[in-house]
Ligand binder design. Sequence first.
Ligand code: NIG
Ligand code: FE
Length: 412
Amino acid sequence: MGNILIKNIKSLAGILEGNAAPLRGEQLGKLEVLENAYLAIEDGRIADYGKMEDLAGITNWTDLEVIDAEGKFVLPAFCDSHTHLVFAATREGEFVDRINGLTYEEIGKKGGGILNSARRLAEMPEEELVASALKRLDLVKSQGTGAIEIKSGYGLSVEAELKMLRVIRTLKQKSDLTIKATFLGAHAFPPAYKENKDAYVDLVINEMLPQIQKENLADYIDVFCERNYFSPEQLERILQAGLEFDLLPKIHVNQFSILGGVGIGVKYGAISVDHLEELDENDIIELDRSNTIATALPGCSFFLGIPYAPVRTMLNNNLAVALASDYNPGSTPSGNMQFVNSLACIQMKLTPEEALNATTINGAYAMELAQELGSITRGKKANIIITKEMPSLHYLPYSFGENKVERVILFK
Ligand code: NIG
Ligand code: FE
């Protein structure tokens, strides 16, 4: 089981040996490829790769599946480090409201948005949430994703936040994708706490976090730090409490406004700070001095018509940048990482090589999975994409909207 030889690969892309940290600045544009290659997988791990002419000595394996990849590319599967993939219902109504002139923020203020999703999620039994999320996982796998982070945050009560996190735990068991769970109890204030927001922060810290630790339900902690949502002071309180429960931050900051959340994330050792559609020089200085990854979500900018995170500026300042989908029913109803690659190239002016590294190895770092995933590296898990026949690697982001993934091979 798990012994596969892929031969005649047109190009094996994303080879990376001896790497120990997220790719920063101009390193992001360096993507190693091998033309006319083979890839040998033994017990689910990358045993070897090389030029076809050097292929020898591994045909005596038992149970060896041989795949001919003539004309095709082999790449590391995408590592999508920011999603809200568990939800009860889609929100096309708000989509049409926005077409008719309301903004995303206005819809949220009127009790739609995240609160809309929370009302629907409260009603839905755990098994149904699992079933619908598994379908979405199958969909994103068919589009090339092999590892994914999933947040809670449509619960907003002790009971419903725990329900969401238990759903994610079940997904970890049932799906062949590698999954990380993030606790996002601080995603919005439930209506009952409108006049006493700090009491909701107390609930997150004193009621939710201890129970989450008891059941070991989360890998990270997140807060939506934004005007009309959680203030920098509230962010700091929650991150401090998170650390006491051994949860490192991966946070929502700077989507619409700059409140200082980036610096607070860095101070608490955030694995990543995400969104960053708005960014100032101070934020860049904070990130430059840190190991925190700057994660941009171009699908959200596309769907909401808001600015794109200034990723070129980030790279010019030598930051470590990852790209993720933000898959959720309100701001980004797509988890398609091929489309994320296209948007990164078309709208953010990344090269195809930069986009691919930002959605594979740096995405893996943004989930602390880079020891095992995110590149073609001997000894890593062989979580890979075999593409359809393509003329070049650049065709991948160029041909937006077309599914170039023929097969995804995943091991856990
Ligand atoms: O990352 N901005 C906060 N959270 C999500 C959207 C949540 C929603 O609209 O349901 C985001 O864009
Ligand atoms: Fe998000």
